[in-house]
Design a protein around this ligand. Structure first.
Ligand code: GLA
Length: 383
């Protein structure tokens, strides 16, 4: 929807004009899955789909929300912020307001119109885009002096504590700091980051939504985090200097793997080698070696399927179709898994053929009609 149309809608609902428009993108992770909460490495891009928030202040300490996609409204009072059971979608805004107030920031009421272009439940971080847009809305309207890393930490805290998902920092980081035509190489321990220019002329990243909806909070995501903690504890008995699975060297893994129950051994193995793959990915992308990058994508998927066990048949099928298609250099599930999307790196001239093939085979086998998004590495939040 065009900016002018959104402003028109805002005026119709609130009988005034918005003072700011904030746009925060969703993201897709190129490689480095389930490594962020293990203090490891990730390589995501922001995508050209944004959550738009049109905002202005009000005087009565209430946050009024209108979601244009669902044509639903909701409001809450800053004096007493509780999670909503009926309108769960408003818990992101509630959570952000709560963490800001708890951190001592002075905020007031605002009137908000939300229009998100980020598909929900697809693993493209619609939630992080809403969190970042909400946080930046308060920041702009009330002149909050918050450093960038604190924005990321607070947004993550809101999701951890208010929405109940123990996510890492990748999604909020990406929505805030991404740059056009670049991937973001993040060290999730030091929080240092580097832009990696993507020279992919003639190729594109295509995302295919399996249409199997992920329910992150209820899913096994939190369980995986728990398993990583357990594995870390076991290792710490032998290697006291280890503070997260990020610290486990390949040699250590070989040396100590017999001390783990089978399941935990597989989890550690995934994390250790996935971190290596991210570092290799940065190197090969810098050299423009897309074939090598594609190979790393396939390896990552295999590991997520066999070792981390977060894939499902539908995602495996989508990756397999890619493997057998000319012009496809790599494919893997992206995001938490258990549903959601697969990302392909594919030659532009082969995109249509790939889509047709997927529609045919995937629909035939699952009865689901997948959706496609050609994604462009885009800039982070802006006004
Ligand atoms: C979700 C979380 C991220 C990250 C991925 C898995 O998207 O929000 O923090 O852990 O899963 O890589």
């Amino acid at each position: 929807m065009k900016k002018e149309q959104l402003i028109k809608q805002y005026k119709a609902i609130y009988k005034k004009s918005p003072t700011h428009i904030i746009r925060a993108p969703g993201r897709v992770n190129l490689i480095g899955e389930h490594t962020d909460y293990n203090d490891g490495f990730v390589l995501p891009i922001a995508i050209d789909r944004y959550t738009n928030m049109l905002i202005s202040q009000n005087d009565d300490r209430k946050v009024r929300l209108f979601d244009l996609k669902y044509r639903e409204k909701e409001e809450f009072n800053l004096k007493n912020i509780e999670p909503s059971r009926q309108k769960k979608w408003s818990n992101y805004q509630r959570g952000i307001a709560k963490v800001l107030l708890d951190a001592g920031y002075k905020i007031g009421g605002m009137d908000v119109l939300i229009f998100s272009e980020v598909p929900e439940g697809a693993g493209l971080s619609s939630s992080a885009s809403i969190e970042i847009a909400t946080l930046l809305s308060f920041k702009e309207l009330f002149g909050l002096d918050i450093k960038r890393l604190e924005v990321i930490e607070l947004a993550r805290k809101a999701e951890n504590e208010f929405v109940g998902v123990q996510c890492g920092i990748m999604d909020q980081f990406t929505s805030l700091l991404s740059k056009e035509n670049n991937a973001l190489f993040i060290d999730c321990r030091s929080l240092e980051y580097q832009y990696v220019q993507l020279s992919i002329q003639g190729y594109s990243f295509v995302v295919c939504n399996s249409m199997v909806k992920r329910k992150l909070a209820e899913s096994s995501y939190n369980q995986r985090i728990q398993e990583c903690r357990e594995a870390k504890k076991i290792l710490q008995k032998y290697l006291s200097e280890i503070t997260s699975l990020r610290d486990v060297a390949i040699n250590d893994l070989e040396k100590y793997k017999s001390y783990f129950p089978e399941k935990l051994k597989k989890r550690v193995e995934h994390v250790v080698f996935e971190n290596e793959r991210v570092k290799q990915a940065v190197e090969v992308l810098k050299k423009g070696n897309l074939e090598a990058f594609g190979e790393l994508m396939y390896q990552s998927h295999k590991s997520l399927k066999e070792l981390y066990e977060v894939s499902i048949d539908e995602l495996d099928l989508l990756v397999e179709i890619g493997m057998n298609e000319p012009g496809v250099l790599g494919a893997r599930l992206t995001g938490a898994g258990f549903g959601g999307c697969v990302i392909y790196l594919v030659e532009d001239s082969s995109i249509e053929h790939l889509k047709e093939k997927i529609l045919d085979v995937y629909w035939g086998k699952t009865g689901l009609i997948p959706q496609f998004y050609k994604v462009v590495p885009s800039r982070g939040v802006y006004m």
